[in-house]
Design a protein around this ligand. Structure first.
Ligand code: PBG
Length: 333
């Protein structure tokens, strides 16, 4: 559609920018608290929090503190939180058995939060990296990340999370065939209403560095994730992945990272029109915070502008470490 533009001065595009009220009235896209998913990091212990130096303002929290955070998020109207476990070297093994233990820290947090704040949607992460001795999302055999055996483990992990009360499962591993396997296992186990938000177009990105510090994976990780995560040069492959994941039973799809991949968000939304999410990842957060802390960028303004950009690019929601801050601003608190 080509917009109609009468010749100047009949058209003066500045008319609709002349005052705040008219700008509000004519704004096409807006951010709401309904768009926010808040990722949090949980760790063992009680009544404690540890700062993550590469993610200023973000902490790892013990389960009781995570429950408090969920209460705060719920009060702010944030619809969903996503739980990531911190694990030390001692909890990492070659067989990754802790990944599907009903009592791992992530499943403890899911249960505790669902118990205290049943109305907040709890999203999870499905990948072996927090439990793997070598920091990879899949099992490693002879230096290769193996697909099919990993999918079997991911299914067990998914069932344990659904059993703990998770509402939305987030497979972030990028193995082939995992969505179909997880979906059929959920159906067979009676978890018919558990949604899958697939990390569908997840790129092999340098923007995940601070997250790997946060979950304790940086020290463990050997090599890179290039044989399973997407090549940053590819766009059309994202569409094949979205189609594949939808056919396998994903309810929602994700593009990750966010800001450097807004073109992919737009492409996915325009092509499939399905619930589409982006992850404003740890490195994007760190990059903005670094400039904010130096006084080089205006924190609240740059945060809101960066989040609005996702809406303009077609996203239905954003995973962002800024979620509580953004919610407060949206409520003018
Ligand atoms: N499966 C692990 C996972 N889940 C979410 C993120 C990154 C999130 C962020 O950077 O904020 C990663 C890191 C990775 O793939 O190495």
């Amino acid at each position: 559609m080509k917009p109609t533009v009468a010749p100047f001065p009949a058209t003066r595009l500045r008319r609709l920018r002349a005052m705040p009220a008219v700008r509000r009235l004519s704004r096409q896209h807006r951010l709401s608290v309904d768009d926010l998913i808040w990722p949090i990091f949980v760790m063992a212990g009680r009544d404690d929090e540890h700062a993550i130096p590469s993610m200023p303002g973000v902490t790892r929290k013990t389960v009781d503190r995570a429950v408090q955070a969920a209460q705060e998020a719920h009060k702010l109207g944030i619809p969903a939180m996503c739980i990531f476990p911190y694990t030390g070297m001692a909890e990492r093994t070659e067989d990754c058995a802790l990944a599907w233990s009903p009592d791992n820290i992530s499943n403890q947090a899911i249960r505790a939060i669902k118990d205290a704040v049943p109305d907040i949607a709890i999203m999870t992460d499905i990948a072996l990296d927090p439990y793997n001795i070598n920091g990879h999302d899949g099992f490693v055999e002879d230096g290769r990340i193996v697909n099919d055996r990993t999918v079997e483990a991911l299914v067990k992990m998914s069932l344990a999370q659904a059993e703990a009360g998770a509402d939305i499962l987030g497979p972030s591993d990028m193995m082939d065939g995992r969505i179909a396997a997880i979906r059929s296992a959920l159906e067979a186990a009676g978890h018919i209403d558990v949604a899958i938000l697939s990390y569908t177009a997840k790129y092999a990105s340098a923007f995940y560095g601070p997250f790997r510090d946060a979950v304790g994976a940086s020290a463990a990780l050997t090599g890179d994730k290039n044989t399973y995560q997407m090549d940053p040069g590819n766009a059309q492959e994202a569409l094949r992945l979205v189609e594949r994941d939808l056919m396998e039973g994903a309810d929602m799809v994700m593009v990750k990272p966010g800001m450097p991949y807004l073109d992919i968000c737009r492409l996915v939304k325009d092509t499939y029109g399905v619930p589409t999410y982006a992850y404003q990842v740890s490195g994007e957060y760190a990059m903005l915070q670094a400039a904010i802390q130096n006084g080089w960028l205006d924190g609240p303004k740059v945060m809101m502008e960066s989040l609005l950009a996702f809406k303009r690019a077609g996203c239905d929601g954003i995973l962002t470490y800024f979620a509580p801050e953004a919610a407060k601003l949206l409520h003018r608190l």
